[in-house]
Design a binder for this molecule. Structure first.
Ligand code: SF4
Length: 292
């Protein structure tokens, strides 16, 4: 097995050469490198999947506000709304959006979450993966396979770009989480390798330039609401890819653009709260109130 896979092109070649799925290639390599069996590796992934499900469950039953008092009850509001009127796009949409809010609000309350790839973007992969699986009764082994694929996508991107808002803006946090989710969802829906990679690229390239401008320096505004938005973004990318719509810019070149955009982005828009939403009139008022 080719041990070094640093690009999506290498991943595609490896999958084709050995006639294996992305998750198979990834799990074999990870188990080999960690000197554990494939079953032991899958047990570790299952632990993460279980933690994601637990965060979703906890978040669905709480409306406790964060310490700042700015966020914490949006999941409750959304569930109340869906009780009165169903979402235009059906029950899968309802699950994905509520699971995204429940997980990110669990993060605000210092509950246990899985950083995937970061805490601020922790709800995108779980909401898409678990929301879709709950909707269609997808078995656990397939969910683990999809999570391994999401992880492989994140790993390859992180070879080029540090997955941190402070380094490359929110495109490298919520943007990458959306790309990971698009890949996982496309796999769950029976997509071919090229469709999985196209879904990843479509999601990623439509989030290039996304800045990180958290209000009061807290991972709350705009982070909380960004999670359900970008979960649905991943679904759109997956739908397009499964229709055979490809990214005209190949996956690795999209990641090159992500890296370049991150470098060109002003430091004032990279988690420093010096511009953007963080310096709006309302944000400044909120900050004054918090300081008091
Ligand atoms: S806006 Fe910044 S802090 Fe918030 S999720 Fe995005 S990268 Fe993280």
């Amino acid at each position: 097995m080719d041990r070094i896979i640093s690009t999506f092109e290498e991943l595609y070649i490896c999958c084709t050469k050995y006639n294996k799925q992305i998750w198979e290639i990834a799990q074999e390599r990870e188990a080999e490198q960690a000197e554990i069996s494939i079953n032991e590796f899958r047990a570790i992934v299952k632990k993460s999947l279980d933690a994601m499900k637990e965060a979703i469950k906890n978040g669905l039953h709480s409306k406790e506000m964060s310490m700042s008092g700015m966020c914490g009850d949006d999941c409750y509001r959304l569930q109340e709304r869906y009780k009165k009127q169903h979402a235009l796009f059906g029950s899968a949409f309802e699950k994905i959006t509520t699971y995204a809010l429940s997980t990110i609000e669990e993060n605000l309350r210092m509950g246990k979450i899985v950083a995937c790839p970061t805490a601020g973007s922790c709800a995108i992969v779980p909401s898409v993966l678990v929301g879709f699986s709950d909707e269609l009764n997808i078995d656990e082994e397939s969910q683990i396979n999809a999570l391994i694929t999401a992880g492989e996508v994140g790993r390859i991107i992180s070879n080029k770009v540090a997955l941190a808002g402070a380094v490359a803006g929110c495109q490298a946090e919520c943007g990458v989480a959306s790309a990971m989710s698009a890949a996982a969802l496309t796999q769950l829906r029976g997509g071919k390798i090229e469709e999985i990679l196209n879904a990843m690229a479509l999601a990623m390239k439509n989030l290039l330039g996304l800045t990180c401008d958290p209000v009061c320096g807290l991972v709350e505004i705009p982070c909380v609401k960004r999670n359900p938005f970008l979960a649905i973004h991943a679904v759109t990318a997956s739908e397009l890819a499964l229709a055979g719509i490809s990214s005209k810019i190949p996956p690795d070149e999209v990641i090159d653009a992500l890296e370049q955009t991150g470098k060109l982005m002003s430091p004032t828009l990279k988690e420093s709260s010096q511009a953007g939403l963080a310096k709006t009139k309302t944000a400044i008022e909120l900050e004054k109130r918090l300081l008091k």
